[in-house]
Design a protein around this ligand. Structure first.
Ligand SMILES: Nc1ncnc2c1ncn2[C@@H]1O[C@H](COP(=O)(O)OP(=O)(O)O)[C@@H](O)[C@H]1O
Ligand SMILES: [Mg+2]
Length: 276
């Protein structure tokens, strides 16, 4: 059985820590890579990989995506960095992730959607991407993709590119493999009725396509170009309503949660987005 998992950008890099890094267009990729290394949550990623190995009888049943993380988001939201710099930063984040995963014993292969997904007048063309995922799985590899900017035939707003949200990738994969369910990790226990940092915020355990989420305050960072938590919720409400794909959003920062969810243990709290 196939398991589709997206590890949030906040669980891969520290998005909350004050960003000391300032992009300098003349300085090349060296400082960008150093900043990614600096903000990467290496110990946590190592733990997720261990929990995957402990929770899954057959880890090769996994299809993984991770968020682009702090530095690519900063580059696209706050600077006029060219798209190739943002893409290179997201790609490097994926390299770091995959290196740690393979050192932990997961047979992973990274995939850069910026190279194999094109945005056309009819939306994204996933055919090349899905062919690579198919090949990985036939060879016993866990494919690991990430959010990035994708080149667009329509003249996208970011130097001819458009945002390819890491939240969309698992929806495409789940539809392709008919898994019916996607797991999303978060640095929170799920989706709350207001910012979880505020006192009295209540976890929403169930959201359906008919839930009017506009009455809740589901707002992430001000300039989040991939839609933040509200973009995620709306995308998953649509996937639940039109494709019957349900999602479970839960915290991977809490020790053992990822292992339990992957092992089918129902004790982990979180938000289910489903049409039932
Ligand atoms: N009502 C809410 N429920 C859940 N998270 C929220 C809410 N409002 C703001 N947030 C913030 O949104 C963040 C998650 O944003 P999201 O874009 O889904 O994550 P990522 O891109 O890192 O995977 C959380 O860290 C949380 O601080
Ligand atoms: Mg996001």
């Amino acid at each position: 059985m196939t398991t589709v998992l997206k590890i949030g950008g906040s669980e891969v890099t520290d998005k909350k820590r004050k960003l000391e890094f300032r992009y300098d267009s003349g300085a090349g990729m060296g400082p960008v890579k150093s900043a990614i290394d600096d903000y990467f949550r290496g110990d946590d990623v190592e733990r997720y990989c261990r929990e995957i190995l402990e929770g899954m009888k057959d880890p090769s049943a996994l299809i993984l995506t991770h968020g682009a993380g702090a530095i690519p988001h900063y580059l696209v939201e706050e600077t006029l960095a060219p798209p190739e710099t943002v893409q290179a930063a997201a790609h490097y984040t994926n390299d770091v992730f995959c290196r740690i995963a393979s050192e932990c014993g997961l047979k992973v292969r990274g995939h850069d959607p910026a190279k194999i997904v094109r945005h056309t007048v009819n939306g994204f063309d996933w055919s090349g991407f899905l062919a690579e995922i198919e090949r990985d799985r036939a060879e016993g590899f866990i494919p690991v993709a990430h959010g990035t900017l994708a080149p667009s035939d329509t003249g996208g707003p970011y130097g001819g590119c458009v945002v390819l949200s890491g939240d969309l990738v698992p929806v495409i994969e789940a539809a392709h493999y008919h898994t019916g369910r996607i797991l999303f990790t978060s640095d929170q226990r799920g989706i709350y009725d207001k910012n979880p940092a505020e006192p009295g915020a209540r976890l929403l355990e169930k959201i359906t396509p008919r839930t009017d989420v506009s009455k809740y305050s589901i707002r992430g960072r001000e300039k989040d170009v991939s839609g933040g938590p509200m973009g995620k919720v709306k995308l998953l409400q649509q996937a639940a309503g039109t494709q019957k794909i349900s999602s479970f959003i839960f915290s991977a920062l809490e020790n053992g949660n990822l292992r339990k969810v992957l092992a089918g243990n129902l004790s982990v709290v979180g938000t289910t987005i489903a049409d039932e």
